[in-house]
Design a binder for this molecule. Structure first.
Ligand SMILES: *[C@@H]1O[C@H](CO)[C@@H](O)[C@H](O)[C@H]1NC(C)=O
Ligand SMILES: *[C@@H]1O[C@H](CO)[C@@H](O)[C@H](O)[C@H]1NC(C)=O
Ligand SMILES: *[C@@H]1O[C@H](CO)[C@@H](O)[C@H](O)[C@H]1NC(C)=O
Ligand SMILES: *[C@@H]1O[C@H](CO)[C@@H](O)[C@H](O)[C@H]1NC(C)=O
Ligand SMILES: *[C@@H]1O[C@H](CO)[C@@H](O)[C@H](O)[C@H]1NC(C)=O
Ligand SMILES: *[C@@H]1O[C@H](CO)[C@@H](O)[C@H](O)[C@H]1NC(C)=O
Length: 451
């Protein structure tokens, strides 16, 4: 497992959060996915073409899987003990469109280690506690399209397993308890057929670095301890999760966190400030999040992608957003944001790294001075807002109704929690008042929130 660190790094770099929105893109991402095409094989023929029957130990025969190799044919006892586990799982598989399970026969479980073609999907390495014993360290079924009603009794029976990747299969059932696997750190169940409530068995996994449950049919609340996991990447998108995003959100040490395309409600947790040392890309896209856009987002210094588009988030953009000096993509389109697009945010295209500021389908009434050139260069999209004199805006009556509705008000916090080169904060007290929708109503070009 010497390659563990390198593999994680390679994986995380390539699996940036916006890529997470695709369902079956990761087959080629893993370090050892292998490019050789599967042989033209079939499921049914597999058992009958096993090697000549040999005397086998009781444990090997126990699964009733047909002719078992003799114990001495395996490289070591660890592999002999895994053979019946694989054979028992093979019997539960109900579809195998690429015929991979036909290669799961004979004693060569570590075939891939020797560049062989047996046991597709199984990868071997030397575990730290037995550095001379080759055994199965990772299972990568990405893109195999296998159907099986349960993984219980399978992945939990590989004592040295570090990774299980199963992107684009049709697995379902409960996720087995893996807490007794000391090296386990990557679980990818994305684009499968899992349903029911959040798989509680993953919550106690202390060493987990990567958890990918996206594109399944999970529903219900996400348990707060999920955000205490040590993961670097947490992908929960494209399920049916609902309820509030727990306040424990701020405990996450994740670098990539995607909860997009679910049915979460309630506010973006203010505890997000606490993720400042680690969070790089976060996608809240397409939920039903509401409440005021938190000032605390501007405290997350290393943010590169912030996407809360397609929600019901309200309020002005806090000036703290001007401190996001690493941000490249900021998507707040399709919400109920209002006031002026802050100049300090538009300045990030000049002084920072901002490349895409999506604010369409909101209720902004004006833009800061430096925003004009971003509209021209198409970095800033403010279509379907309430900006006088701009093309493609909402009908005035819609804007008037919005600005007259006191339920849409949020407090405006003018404080800028960082030093901005060349920026002198004007009239902070006045800005505070002017940013309230009611105050702005009727004078579309007022200059609250800093020029
Ligand atoms: C499956 O494979 C076996 C052995 O390769 C072969 O004899 C058999 O005809 C195949 N069956 C089908 C349905 O293709
Ligand atoms: C397997 O292939 C790799 C790359 O082609 C090579 O470096 C390695 O030595 C081969 N291993 C064996 C056991 O043949
Ligand atoms: C899972 O099975 C369904 C129904 O047979 C099929 O439409 C779908 O493509 C399968 N998914 C994968 C990832 O193989
Ligand atoms: C998907 O899961 C449902 C319920 O868990 C099950 O009835 C169905 O057969 C599964 N589909 C496939 C293709 O495995
Ligand atoms: C901040 O994060 C730490 C762990 O990194 C956690 O123990 C603490 O509870 C978090 N506080 C808040 C307010 O989220
Ligand atoms: C900017 O971001 C929005 C929202 O994520 C996206 O729809 C749009 O295609 C992006 N624009 C460019 C030029 O990349």
């Amino acid at each position: 497992m010497a390659a563990r660190h390198a593999a994680v790094v390679a994986l995380l770099v390539l699996a940036a959060a916006h890529v997470a929105l695709c369902g079956s893109d990761r087959a080629g991402v893993v370090a050892h996915g292998g490019g050789n095409a599967p042989p033209a094989a079939n499921v049914t023929g597999a058992a009958s073409s096993a090697p000549a029957p040999a005397p086998s130990s009781a444990s090997l025969a126990a699964c009733g899987c047909g002719p078992a190799p003799a114990p001495w044919q395996f490289l070591n006892q660890k592999l002999a003990a895994l053979w019946p586990v694989i054979q028992a799982f093979k019997k539960t598989i109900t579809c195998d469109p690429h015929g991979v399970t036909a290669t799961w026969e004979g004693p060569e479980l570590c075939s891939s280690y020797f560049n062989g073609t047996k046991y597709k999907g199984f990868y071997c390495d030397f575990p730290p506690n037995a550095p001379t014993t080759l055994t199965v360290a990772s299972i990568d079924f990405n893109g195999f399209g296998l159907c099986a009603p349960s993984l219980a009794g399978f992945i939990d029976q590989f004592p040295d397993l570090a990774l299980f990747h199963a992107n684009s299969n049709n697995f379902s059932g409960d996720v087995p308890d893996l807490t007794h696997l000391p090296y386990f750190y990557e679980l990818d169940l994305s684009n499968n057929n899992f349903s029911g409530s959040f798989p509680d068995t993953v919550v106690p996994l202390g060493g987990l670095l990567f958890l990918d449950l996206r594109f399944n049919k999970y529903a219900g609340a996400v348990p707060p301890p999920v955000f205490d996991l040590t993961v670097e990447a947490l992908f929960l998108n494209n399920n049916g999760f609902n309820g509030r995003i727990p306040d424990s959100f701020g405990s996450t040490g994740a670098k990539y966190l995607v909860v997009a395309n679910n049915q979460f409600t309630g506010p973006i947790p203010r505890s997000i400030y606490n993720t400042s040392a680690t969070l790089s890309e976060v996608l809240f896209l397409n939920n039903q999040l509401s409440g005021c856009l938190p000032y605390e987002i501007g405290l997350v210094e290393g943010l590169v992608v912030f996407d809360a588009g397609g929600n019901e988030v309200m309020g002005p953009i806090p000036l703290s957003f001007g401190c996001l000096s690493d941000v490249e993509e900021l998507n707040l389109a399709g919400n109920q944001l209002y006031g002026q697009v802050p100049d300090v945010v538009c300045l990030l295209a000049k002084t920072g790294k901002l490349q895409n500021l999506s604010l369409s389908d909101n209720f902004f009434h004006s833009v800061g001075h430096h925003c004009m050139e971003l509209v021209r260069s198409r970095v800033l999209d403010v279509r379907r807002n309430c900006i006088l004199g701009f093309p493609d805006q909402r009908p005035p009556i819609e804007c008037a109704a919005f600005y007259a509705d006191p339920s849409k008000h949020c407090p405006f916090i003018p404080h800028i929690p960082c030093e901005l080169p060349g920026y002198h904060h004007p009239h902070a007290a006045k800005a505070d008042v002017a940013a309230l929708p009611a105050a702005a109503h009727g004078h579309g070009q007022t200059q609250e929130g800093g020029n």
